[in-house]
Design a binder for this molecule. Structure first.
Ligand SMILES: C[S@@+](CC[C@H](N)C(=O)[O-])C[C@H]1O[C@@H](n2cnc3c(N)ncnc32)[C@H](O)[C@@H]1O
Length: 283
């Protein structure tokens, strides 16, 4: 595993790992495999259960890896892989796969390594590294994924350049992200300077608009092939988080404020949740 002198502060993962250690079955059921917003077909009534949340989370991962058009026999890199749920999902549906997970946080990789056993004919491996300095050879993967994590990376441009480098010619990059409309940008920038921010979710860069994504892709040598706005399918997550939050004992005021900001902006249509996919051209 590559060594890192510092890791980003991710208090929400501290809270989750603490809850797992305490043996909280509700938090483990909801977040044991995936740590993201989930994909809902309809608004459950009245508040989603942890099992419903886990199913929605599995669905979002599946929507992202399907956006990368992953086929049997391919090599896939999941960057910011969390507890390995996305690779486990691919493992369950594809064969002859080489599945590699990267994360900056060794604790999540330890859990992934303990939990995940590859299906016969597939392999799984876990590497501690920064998304912006991937320790892999050029042109070694068919697909690169980044499920709801790119906003934590030190620099989206560097990540795009690294994804392009490690992908084979024609390889696919698929990711999900919170994309602000231009109207929301001033509020996002103001929130960065608000002392209560960076509390629970750590460093979150939500400034990347759709126009900026188009420029990032062009600069790196990617062709945009998919842009799905699934904001509507993520809204039920907010009532679920409100319901579950008392169980996360490290929850702070900033967690409530940051989540409320994202919820209000999403419900007003100012913050969009998108699945984006790109194809490597040239190289
Ligand atoms: C919201 S979680 C998503 C986890 C996983 N993709 C999932 O869907 O369950 C964000 C992830 O990004 C990881 N991360 C944050 N900064 C990173 C970096 N610079 N390089 C690699 N991973 C990073 C975190 O450790 C965490 O696992």
């Amino acid at each position: 595993m590559a060594q890192h002198s510092h890791e980003p502060q991710l208090p929400y993962f501290d809270a989750l790992l603490e809850s797992f250690e305490e043996g909280d079955p509700t938090v483990a059921e909801a977040f044991g495999d995936h740590v993201h917003w989930g994909y809902w077909d309809a608004e459950p009534d009245p508040v989603p259960t942890p099992a419903e949340f886990a199913a929605a989370a599995e669905r979002l991962s599946s929507e992202v890896w399907q956006a990368a058009e992953i086929h049997d026999g391919e090599r896939v890199l999941d960057v910011g892989c969390g507890f390995g749920g996305t690779l486990a999902s691919i493992d369950a549906h594809r064969s002859g796969m080489t599945l590699s997970g990267v994360n900056i946080d060794h604790r999540q990789l330890l859990r992934a390594g303990r939990m995940r056993v590859a299906a016969a004919g597939n392999t799984l491996d876990w590497t501690r590294a920064d998304a912006c300095a991937l320790p892999f050879a050029d042109a070694s993967f068919d697909a690169v994924l980044a499920v709801e994590c790119i906003f934590h990376f030190p620099d989206r441009g560097r990540f795009f350049a690294e994804a392009w480098r490690v992908l084979k010619r024609g390889g696919r990059l698929a990711l999900s992200d919170f994309v602000p409309t231009r109207m929301l940008l001033p509020a996002v920038l103001a929130a960065e300077y608000w002392p209560g921010s960076r509390g629970f979710y750590g460093k979150v860069d939500m400034r990347c608009t759709a126009d900026r994504y188009a420029r990032l892709a062009a600069d790196a040598g990617f062709l945009p092939v998919l842009d799905r706005d699934i904001t509507r399918n993520t809204l039920p997550t907010y009532p679920f988080l409100r319901h579950l939050s008392p169980r996360l004992r490290r929850l702070r005021f900033s967690a409530v404020a940051e989540t409320l900001f994202a919820e209000s902006a999403s419900r007003l249509g100012l913050l969009r949740y998108r699945i984006l996919a790109f194809r490597k051209i040239g190289g």
